[in-house]
Design a protein around this ligand. Structure first.
Ligand code: HEC
Ligand code: HEC
Length: 357
């Protein structure tokens, strides 16, 4: 039996336990009816190539303009950390496809977690969030980092809400948006709404594949797309318009080290999930290096070489991962194709010029 839970490195374990604790029940208990209709629904412009029938917007948190704007303020505001140094945007930066460009993220006091920040866009189309899917909704995800000791550093959500209540500008905004005082559920709803507006579509690959523009991508990228769907087997998991099956797979990442992150298994305790991680979107992938949950690969070439070799063998590896026998030219074509997945739908996101006082 090679399953060795004691090898899980401590920081990851702490992160996971905290990520699961309390958050869901607190939110559920405080769920309030939908925001007043007078706020006006927000009509999102969905970029070409994305499937608007797949949008996940909970009935009790409809998109509204003022809620999205509140969420943007909260996402960028460093006062929402124990010592005013960390905001969501510290680790999720637009230019890096809303990651931080680091192998693993550094939060409050420079403390490092055990995982790399994934490209946090097109969250509108997913239920389960995080590499291990431990947040069942984006609302739940949106309040997790505040109480992580290696992210925003609050002891609990009450501590943060108490701090926010000292800022009259936020008290007013929450009244305007939710018709009530600041609550952690409101914080989650506002940040989730903002995150739902960070999209990526209308890439050259979309224009070629769906838009009938035969010159939108180069002949090499076209070969890469063909390989992506056939010999390279990528669409077995990176399927559909958002290049993900929204499922969890064990590729073997970490099984060549002495501290394996057990991933999805820590959430479900189902042995089939040992070492499995969520298939991430590949949109904007050329911007979001380094890659994989442990940020081990600096380049897409390294990623393709990894798959070509059949991943890292381990007793729990997904049987979809097999050696590919791609030629050097085929590997290059595949990487060229991956570069055509940069698109638009996120460029409007800017840091606020001022924050509530
Ligand atoms: C210290 C850096 C850091 C901070 C601060 C931070 N994050 Fe993250 N974020 C990460 C890392 C690392 C992960 C991956 C963790 C995991 O999956 O276990 C992540 C994952 C996510 C995901 C999941 C994306 C997906 O594809 O599943 C979302 C969404 C997200 N963060 C939004 C936020 C929001 C909103 C905030 C502020 C409340 C925030 N993050 C604060 C580093 C950070
Ligand atoms: C068996 C399912 C599966 C197959 C097949 C597969 N992937 Fe993945 N892919 C995943 C999963 C799961 C992850 C995250 C794994 C982890 O970090 O442990 C991932 C991660 C990635 C990443 C890194 C993403 C990031 O944000 O860090 C890239 C790039 C990638 N895959 C490209 C490809 C390409 C190209 C192919 C085809 C050669 C491919 N994948 C085949 C499931 C798959």
């Amino acid at each position: 039996m090679t399953f060795k839970p004691f090898l899980v490195s401590l920081p990851i374990f702490v992160l996971i336990v905290l990520g699961l604790g309390g958050v869901v029940s607190a939110d559920a208990a405080q769920n309030k009816p939908a925001a007043p209709a007078s706020q006006g629904e927000w009509t999102l412009a969905i970029p070409f190539g994305l499937d608007d029938s797949a949008m996940v917007v909970p009935a009790d948190n409809p998109l509204a303009k003022n809620k999205v704007e509140l969420g943007r303020l909260l996402f960028f505001d460093k006062r929402l950390s124990k010592n005013n140094t960390i905001a969501c945007a510290s680790c999720h930066m637009a230019q890096f496809a809303f990651t931080d460009g680091k192998q693993v993220s550094a939060g409050i006091h420079g403390l490092k977690g055990g995982r790399s920040a994934p490209a946090s866009l097109n969250r509108l189309f997913s239920n389960a969030q995080f590499w291990d899917g431990r947040a069942a909704t984006l609302e739940e995800q949106s309040v997790g980092p505040f109480v992580s000791p290696v992210e925003h550093g609050f002891a609990n959500h009450d501590e943060m809400v108490a701090k926010m209540k000292k800022i009259p500008g936020y008290r007013k905004l929450f009244k305007d948006v939710f018709g009530e005082e600041i609550t952690i559920a409101g914080v989650g709803k506002a940040i989730a709404s903002f995150q739902r507006t960070i999209l990526s579509g209308n890439s050259p690959a979309d224009r070629f594949d769906l838009g009938g523009d035969a010159t939108a991508i180069s002949p090499e990228a076209q070969k890469g797309l063909e390989l992506f769907r056939t010999k390279a087997r990528c669409t077995r998991c990176h399927s559909g318009f958002n290049f993900t099956d929204e499922k969890f797979h064990n590729l073997g990442i970490g099984w060549d080290t002495n501290s394996v992150d057990l991933g999805r298994y820590m959430v479900t305790k189902n042995p089939a999930d040992i070492g499995a991680f969520k298939t991430p979107t590949l949109r904007e992938i050329a911007r979001s290096a380094p890659y994989m949950h442990d940020g081990r690969f600096k380049t897409l070439e390294e990623v393709v070489n990894f798959y070509n070799g059949g991943g890292v063998k381990n007793p729990h590896q997904d049987e979809l991962v097999i050696p590919l026998e791609l030629t050097d030219q085929e590997k290059r074509d595949l990487v060229t194709f991956l570069h055509t997945l940069n698109g638009e739908g996120w460029q409007h996101v800017k840091a606020p010029t001022s924050f509530p006082k």
